[in-house]
Design a protein around this ligand. Structure first.
Ligand code: PHE
Length: 354
């Protein structure tokens, strides 16, 4: 028995002396492996008398378990130490090494939105924003879309699950199909005079060269006692001249229909189309750029504004369309592909260092 005690002490000491996982594995093999010390002693059991064999067998099994447990405990400790050492040494440098780019640039859509809102800011318009998730009231009903009106279908609306416990149209939630929703929020919360522009994302289920499921609009709303169609035309003509950087610009307001404006119009600007280029300003061709009109009295009433006392105009334009025309970009989908080569091609790549 005493040699078992001695062996145990010896093995425990060697386990404790093992300073890494590889050394510990060697200790395990030399103790419990095929030719290990404990295994060797097991082999001698056959030559013992039955009584002694039983006693010795039990003691050796116990020793085996004890040494295994010692090794496991030591291994856990060593693994922990190894991890701590690795964490110390293998730090990742998250700071950027000197990059070939000195300065990033704004995406053409951001740039266009900023340019457009800056022009309106100069004309005294404040900037307002509103939620992208809307209810049926703000997207349609308040804007004079009667229930079941075909214009609702024309919007290819993305609907969200109905509000729990709600009923009918009031429970319908959706991704706004136009920024005209924010006209409603503004009129509900602000007394005229109102003069705002509303930039933002809008959503319709559509995808081709001139449509993406998410796109941007810039809405305008002006309400006071005497605002008329002439003011609307003046603001929009001024906007286009400044945005497209042209001194002379042919414009045309064609009668159109929107449920929320009366009369309604679409604004076209003059252009000439060459083989590979489009020149904005004058020429025999026309480009449709936005929808507009005088705010329908029903909309004023729906938003709590006295339609006998107040009147005004509204307009809405597609921001991608304005950017495509200004920068000569033929496909709307490319705005959202994050392709650096594309950005560079249209002059929106990052500025490279010298
Ligand atoms: N909301 C309309 C659209 O998305 C545009 C518009 C806005 C027209 C305001 C008239 C007045 O097509």
């Amino acid at each position: 028995m005493s040699n078992i005690e001695a062996l145990k002490k010896e093995l425990v000491d060697t386990v404790k002396a093992a300073n890494d996982i590889a050394a510990l594995e060697e200790v395990r093999v030399s103790a419990l492996g095929k030719k290990g010390k404990v295994t060797d002693m097991m082999k001698t059991l056959g030559s013992l008398a039955p009584d002694e064999r039983k006693q010795m067998g039990q003691a050796l099994n116990l020793l085996k378990d004890e040494i295994s447990a010692e090794i496991e405990a030591r291994a856990a400790l060593l693994r922990q130490k190894e991890m701590a050492a690795r964490l110390q040494n293998e730090t990742v440098d998250v700071t950027l090494s000197p990059r070939p780019f000195a300065q990033g640039t704004l995406h053409p859509i951001t740039r266009t939105l900023e340019d457009l809102t800056a022009i309106f800011a100069d004309m005294g318009f404040a900037v307002k924003e509103g939620p992208e998730i809307e209810d049926d009231f703000h997207n349609f009903t308040a804007l004079n879309f009667p229930a079941g009106h075909p214009a609702r279908q024309m919007h290819d609306t993305f609907y969200l699950p109905d509000v729990a416990g709600g009923e009918g149209d009031a429970a319908k939630r959706l991704l706004r199909t136009h920024t005209s929703t924010v006209q409603v929020h503004v009129m509900q919360n602000q007394k005229p005079p109102i003069r705002v522009v509303i930039p933002g994302r809008t959503y319709r289920s559509d995808y081709d060269q001139t449509h993406t499921p998410m796109f941007h609009q810039l809405e305008g709303l002006m309400i006071d006692k005497t605002t008329h169609m002439g003011h609307l035309k003046g603001c929009l003509i001024e906007l286009c001249k400044r945005f497209f950087e042209v001194d002379t610009l042919a414009t045309r307001f064609r009668p159109s229909f929107f449920p929320f404006t009366e009369p309604s119009a679409e604004m076209d600007i003059g252009c000439s189309r060459g083989k590979d280029e489009l020149k904005i300003g004058e020429g025999g061709d026309w480009l449709e750029i936005l929808g507009c009109g005088m705010v329908h009295p029903n909309v004023l009433k729906n938003c709590g504004i006295d339609a006998e006392e107040y009147q005004g105009f509204a307009f809405g334009m597609g921001v991608e369309r304005m950017a495509m025309l200004k920068y000569g970009i033929p496909d709307l989908r490319t705005f959202f592909e994050s392709d650096l080569r594309w950005l560079k091609h249209y002059g929106f790549g990052p500025q490279e260092t010298v």
